[in-house]
Design a protein around this ligand. Structure first.
Ligand SMILES: [Mg+2]
Length: 236
């Protein structure tokens, strides 16, 4: 895959994009923190208790629902008729203590001239907890969450249509938007809608990112190095 920005005049980024849209989990914070793995374990716990399953069967159900619907919750709602609220409340009840204020990220976000938004398959509350812990909650104008999307998750194109509407993106300005994600398959619908896309590299998604590389405009190892490449051109 083409690595970063080799043939691009980085001065253009603030001119080129008016809408900067970020996934939350494993994009805004480093996936090595393992925070999202804990959310995933909480899902397994919930499924075990709710359906009275052993660990292995709960994991299988969780994985099958995720694969089939792109979001475990979505599958459980459709196939098992579960109520989303208690599920979301339970799974996002994780320890945020190792998420520290991130001054570097805050500074980089502050250099962006356009509108900044979060587009997440998690809840507003989860996003707020994370962003507050990192000291960057105020940086974002809109947080588009799974409830805004009527529990339809990325990469379902219907989720993107709802996001577009809420963020006031239309066929005229969508080419002035850029979307950051660690989950490679979530970039495809965004690119098809005309957004520029950035894949945050990670081994878990590497194979898929390679398959989908025609839908990925930029890549980099983590959000801070990417933003600093895009915004701190004077240092290069
Ligand atoms: Mg993510």
């Amino acid at each position: 895959m083409k690595s970063f920005l080799n043939n691009i005049d980085t001065k253009d980024f603030n001119d080129k994009y008016d809408h900067w849209i970020f996934d939350l989990d494993n994009t805004i914070y480093d996936y090595n923190l393992g925070l999202f793995r804990r959310v995933s374990s909480r899902m397994t716990e919930y499924i075990k208790g709710f359906f009275d399953l052993n660990e292995a069967d709960a994991r299988t159900l969780q994985r099958d629902m995720y694969k089939k619907y792109g979001l475990t919750l979505r599958g459980l709602m459709i196939e098992k008729k579960i109520n989303p609220e208690p599920f979301l409340e339970f799974v996002h009840d994780v320890d945020f203590s190792e998420l520290n204020e991130d001054i570097t990220l805050k500074t980089l976000l502050g250099k962006i001239k356009g509108k900044k938004s979060i587009y997440t398959n998690a809840t507003f509350k989860h996003a707020k907890n994370i962003l507050k812990s990192m000291g960057i909650f105020q940086e974002f104008e809109i947080i588009f969450d799974i409830k805004d999307a009527n529990y339809i998750a990325k990469p379902d194109p219907n989720s993107y249509y709802m996001m577009k509407k809420k963020l006031n993106l239309n066929n005229k300005n969508i080419s002035k938007s850029i979307f950051f994600e660690d989950t490679a398959k979530n970039l495809k619908p965004a690119r098809e809608l005309g957004m520029s896309t950035v894949w945050i590299e990670n081994d878990f998604n590497r194979k898929e990112a390679d398959i989908l590389r025609e839908y990925i405009n930029f890549t980099g190892s983590d959000i801070k190095s990417i933003l600093s490449n895009m915004l701190e051109f004077e240092k290069r």
